[in-house]
Ligand binder design. Sequence first.
Ligand code: SAM
Length: 228
Amino acid sequence: NLSARLTAAAAYIPKQARLADIGSDHAYLPTALMLEDQISYAVAGEVVEGPFEAAKKQVNKLKLNDTIQVRLANGLDAILPEDQIDCIAICGMGGTLISEILDKGFQKRQLTGKERLVLQPNVGEQTLRKWLAAHEYTIVDEAIVKEDGKIYELIIAEKQETVPHYTEKELKFGILLSKEKGPIFKEKWQKELEKVEAILASLAQSQSNQEVKQAQMMDEIALIKEML
Ligand code: SAM
């Protein structure tokens, strides 16, 4: 049984996809999808020995060795041309790390632009959206879910014929999320607002001269308030 977070990611993986799950850990995502006959082939990539062994164990236990390849590799090095991967999932890492993995894969041409990207950054969503926009990806879908009191965003991207232009605001708050303004979105940014306001208050109390920082925080507060 997948967690709410990975269930949300699974919903964006096309039927019968050839999936590469990078940073797969226990290979929960590809094994669950394969058992449900939702995907036709998968590569589970892991760069750390422990999680790599855990992924192998899980795939062996479920007897999915024929259709799921577990590989010890850094980022998109796990993908070989003959895998004919058409969907790449990178979940449960920071947005900066996901961007770096994509960037290396882009430079090494492991990322062809034909794959759907199913990305779930834990933090640093803006950094990730900026990378996608700079590399002419269209953000085709977004979701926001809550699990064990934590809020996670999902970003689904594809290359399309037309190159979109995103505003700074969209890159920060999400292209679709900022339009929908759902309850979890509002909760996330309300919390963020309270956090920035608390920091600003403590800065005001300290004697040091931090006017630039204070001004930045007031801008940030105004920006978030506009969204809520
Ligand atoms: N994707 C799973 C999920 O969402 O539940 C596991 C998330 S786990 C927190 C992140 C995993 O990514 C770790 O097992 C870590 O070893 C792996 N990882 C980090 N950097 C990586 C890289 N450059 N290439 C492959 N795996 C990586």
